[in-house]
Write a protein that binds this ligand. Structure first.
Ligand code: NDP
Length: 415
């Protein structure tokens, strides 16, 4: 029985993790949860999983959460009630909860940084979904992993695919550690990308892109931020940086391939030219389950892959003009140091502004590029945690200032 702590339990990754825990009650027990603001769902999760501790990012909502739990009838009230805590300290406490064996990091954005570091420092195994943490703070996270012995298991489907392929190689032990150490014999990887919401749109048509269009993913059901990142292909760019840190690869060894069916989740090419791939329906539950069950595999009754039903698996090179965010991410990754943190924060702020309909979809890469360009003179090559936090703050502010000036700022209703 593995005890699980779920950070971001009310989100897409969090709810799927809890579904897995329900499906395998003899394998997993949920002992700790965190959420942002979604109290109705959180209360249901507390009733179902009776965690020992629950943290709310928004501390001001703690009295309301307590009240909602107290007002449940005796038969519906979890017994015992969990300890309720709030704010950053609360999130860090849940992330390093003594009784948890594995921490699933399903918080969206750089808000996951401090809890992820808390989990690493306490030596927990991590199922890493919150990629923004590694991208912004790779130079801080990797040494902490080496110090604590904590193991980073990739929950992102592409990195899980690579991780799964590497288990069958002589370097499995190395690949398991995921601490940025080069994996000998791993020559190249191909990260597959669905192409996102706009994969069948021309560049000209993107001028009409609305929030509704950008948040409708053809293959995957995910939170809003990552769905927009998939439309811009920034998600894939962030995954390139994530792969660099996880598998110790140079950027020239990491390639993006558009694969609209999302059946091959990524591929590795080994020293002898053999290419290994991991296949499956697009469903995040499998990579999450693998993180939780690793190094074992659990029997599931999930829909089995039928390639004759899929028919065709197709591939093409991504269009760099249509997806400028991809190149911005490669470039930030190659600069290294604090640049990926600036890229990540600028992207988070630009996407937030887009989701609030304050900027146009096409503004997103322009705002990110502006912040990265401006940061070039201030890059720190071996940043501390404080450096990362400072540039994250600066980058968000810079994007907010620029967004107000943006000449592309077209009210969506006017399109
Ligand atoms: P969601 O938006 O669906 O969920 C985000 C979760 O984080 C919610 O529980 C939310 O709480 C919580 N949260 C939001 N803001 C804060 C904050 N400031 N502090 C603490 N908690 C907060 O996101 P996803 O589940 O889609 O994504 C989570 C992470 O996983 C991201 O980093 C994403 O890139 C990664 N990922 C997601 C995939 C997917 O399929 N969804 C696939 C691969 C990676 P509440 O809702 O209660 O406010």
């Amino acid at each position: 029985m593995k005890a699980i702590s779920v950070l971001g339990s009310t989100g897409s990754i969090g709810t799927q993790t809890l579904e897995i825990a329900e499906e395998f009650p003899n394998q997993f027990k949920v002992v700790a949860l965190t959420a942002g603001r979604n109290l109705p769902l959180l209360v249901k999760q507390i009733q179902k999983h009776t965690p020992e501790v629950v943290a709310l990012a928004d501390e001001s909502l703690l009295p309301e959460l307590q009240e909602r739990l107290n007002s449940l009838s005796k038969e519906n009230r979890p017994n015992p009630l969990p300890e309720l805590i709030g704010g950053t300290d609360g999130l860090n406490t849940v992330a390093s909860w003594d009784h948890a064996d594995v921490v699933v990091t399903g918080i969206v954005g750089c808000a996951g940084l401090l809890p992820t570091l808390a989990a690493i420092k306490s030596g927990k195994d991590l199922a890493l979904a919150n990629k923004e943490t590694l991208i912004a703070a790779g130079p801080v996270v990797i040494p902490e992993l080496k110090r604590s012995g904590s193991r980073l298991l990739p929950a992102d489907s592409e990195h899980s695919a690579i991780f799964q392929c590497l288990q069958g190689t002589p370097w499995a032990e190395n690949a398991r550690l995921s601490t940025g150490t080069p994996t000998p014999g791993l020559r190249h990887i191909q990260l597959t990308a669905s192409g996102g919401a706009f994969r069948d749109w021309s560049i000209e048509e993107l001028e009409k892109a609305s929030v509704k269009d950008a948040t409708s993913h053809p293959n995957w059901s995910m939170g809003k931020k990552i769905t927009v990142d998939s439309a811009t292909l920034m998600n894939k760019g962030l995954e390139v940086i994530e792969a660099h840190y996880l598998f110790g690869l140079d950027y020239d060894q990491i390639e993006i391939v558009i694969h609209p069916q999302s059946i091959i989740h990524s591929m590795v090419e080994l020293a002898d030219s053999s290419v290994l791939a991991q296949l499956g329906w697009p469903d995040m539950k499998l990579p999450i389950l693998y993180c939780l069950s690793w190094p074992n595999r659990l029997e599931t009754s999930w829909r089995r892959l039928n390639l004759t039903e899929v028919g065709n698996l197709t591939f093409k090179q991504p269009d760099t003009l249509k997806y400028p965010c991809m190149e911005l991410a490669y470039s930030a990754g190659r600069f290294g140091g604090t640049m990926p943190a600036v890229l990540n924060a600028a992207n988070e702020e630009a996407v937030a502004q887009f989701l609030q309909e304050k900027i146009h979809y096409l503004d997103i890469p322009k705002l990110i590029e502006h912040a990265c360009e401006k940061h070039k003179v201030d890059i720190k090559s071996s940043p501390s945690l404080n450096d990362v936090i400072a540039v994250d703050k600066w980058s968000r502010k810079e994007v907010k200032i620029q967004a107000k000036k943006s000449k592309y700022q077209i009210p969506l209703s006017g399109l």
